[in-house]
Design a binder for this molecule. Structure first.
Ligand code: DMJ
Length: 488
């Protein structure tokens, strides 16, 4: 942000009904220079430096750090953590580390490797990361890499239905579905649009945008939805939804909903089909998936399986309060904001009611008035992967309400990450058991999104400078990478 390159002509002027963000006077920091860091932001920088120290020492240039065994794991072999973390370093002012990492991208990131990569994960983390850092720095090198990666991912769209395959061999130029099915995941094929559309805008090459817009067009028309809610799978041969009858806002469907709204915002709020599908879906959520728990009456989002309601909620669903609040900020129904506030409280309780103060991967809400606890956790669901969704939503809620309780909740969560997941020798680890403060059982893996998303959202949540990545000018992709809202 110091020295951040922002080109005003790239940025959409706020449309009339947008409630504009204004700088907020910060009583705690009024004596400080504009842009000065507060103590909580400094704590985030310290956490980032600790995570980076482990990555640099034991996993440099590899996908993920294994901080306990002091080694690394490889998923695609593309330096996933390093690329995912580039824009976070820039925003946190870690310029030396940034330059070193940039050098690795320039000299060593080999996108011609004959390796199978997942289209969605590579798009949101690597393509999104490169576009974001190009947007922040204006350094051409990142755009060139992004274009090369975009070209190498394009074979995924050569399918009978135009619904992309899940996997691409970026060196060979071939693509295929997973070995056991010809289905792709709905969230995966509908959460690559922000990145490919932006790549077309920057390169002035239509093909990227055309491929992903076609996917949205087909899904818009498809039967098999329930009140705007989509199934979790889609067949790449027939182009039809498969495994009908199961509806969730969690894994395999989550970012479909997020990207409907964000594409509409990215494109200057003109693409009516995207907005209609988003509004329908939120009505579908309210009608089919929202319930209140007992005894505290927490509003939660459950799942529907063949007309059977299940009070199961993935932590992944905690992106929803932030997305609802973003929509309300851009002029959508005010009741979206009310729902966002209720769900935000629930996501916070998913941390606060647990022994370590960290949320499990999945909770089941209690619906019986005879039980004393709202939140139940099954043994297989007790892990925490350092995921960002709750912190992400806290960031949006704070920006739009200016209610300091959201910063305080985030601060508690950061302290609990430090207490239970920080590894002395460098890095943070996912854990197996959030219910044991005695032994949370480190899993020995630091996911790339901890640096790409979780720490970035903490830093932005604690900032009172609302012009730092203004939500009137930018949107975040589903991996927290920053893309401009278009002016034309
Ligand atoms: C990230 O890769 C993205 O946020 C994605 O949308 C969901 N899963 C992880 C973080 O939980």
């Amino acid at each position: 942000w110091r020295g951040m390159k922002i080109e005003p002509e790239q940025v959409t002027p706020a449309l009339p009904d947008t409630k504009k963000e204004e700088p907020v006077p910060n009583e705690n920091a009024s004596h400080k220079e504009p842009g000065a860091l507060n103590d909580r932001q400094i704590a985030v920088i310290e956490a980032f430096q600790h995570a980076w120290k482990g990555y640099k020492q034991y996993a440099w240039g590899h996908d993920e750090l294994k901080p306990i065994s002091k080694t690394y794991s490889e998923w695609f072999g593309l330096g996933l953590t390093l690329v995912d973390a580039l824009d976070t370093m820039w925003i946190l002012g870690q310029h030396e580390e940034f330059e070193e990492a940039k050098k690795w991208v320039v000299d060593e990131l080999n996108l011609g490797k004959k390796v199978d990569v997942n289209l969605f994960e590579t798009t949101i983390r690597i393509l999104g990361g490169l576009l974001s850092v190009y947007n922040l720095t204006g350094d051409q090198v990142f755009l060139e890499k992004a274009r090369e990666l975009g070209d190498r991912l394009m074979p995924a769209f050569n399918t009978p239905s135009k619904i992309p395959y899940s996997d691409v061999n970026i060196g060979r130029g071939t693509a295929h579905p997973p070995r056991w099915t010809s289905d792709s995941t709905v969230a995966e094929v509908t959460s690559i649009q922000l990145e490919f559309r932006e790549l077309s805008r920057l390169t002035k090459e239509e093909k990227y945008q055309a491929a992903v817009n076609e996917v949205m067009k087909r899904i818009h028309k498809l039967g098999g939805k329930r009140d705007g809610l989509v199934p979790m799978f889609i067949n790449t041969n027939s182009g039809q939804f498969s495994h009908l009858g199961v509806y969730t806002l969690g894994a395999r469907a989550d970012s479909y909903y997020e990207y409907l709204l964000k594409q509409w915002i990215q494109g200057g709020r003109q693409e009516a089909d995207l907005l209609d599908d988003y509004l329908d879906a939120i009505e579908g959520v309210k009608k089919n998936l929202i319930r209140k728990s007992e005894p505290k009456k927490l509003t939660f989002v459950g799942e529907l399986s063949h007309n059977q309601f299940s009070p199961k909620m993935d932590h992944l669903v905690c992106f929803l309060p932030g997305t609802l609040a973003l929509g309300a900020h851009h002029g959508l129904n005010a009741d979206h904001m009310e729902l966002a506030k209720e769900l935000m409280e629930t996501c916070y309780q998913m941390y606060a009611q647990i022994e370590t103060g960290l949320s499990p991967e999945i909770v089941h809400f209690n619906l019986s008035p005879h039980n004393s606890k709202d939140v139940e956790v099954k043994p297989a669901d007790r892990h925490n992967l350092l995921r960002p969704e709750t912190v992400e939503s806290l960031f949006y809620m704070y920006r739009f309400t200016r209610d300091k309780k959201y910063q305080d909740w985030g601060w508690q969560i950061l302290q609990n990450f430090n207490k239970y997941t920080r590894v002395d020798t460098g890095g943070y680890t996912s854990i197996n058991n959030v219910r044991s403060s005695e032994n949370p059982e480190p899993r020995d893996k630091m996911e790339s999104f901890f640096l790409g998303e979780t720490l970035k959202y903490f830093f932005l949540l604690f900032s009172d400078d609302f012009n730092l990545i203004s939500l009137d000018k930018y949107i975040f992709n589903t991996e927290a990478h920053i893309l401009p809202i278009w002016t034309t």
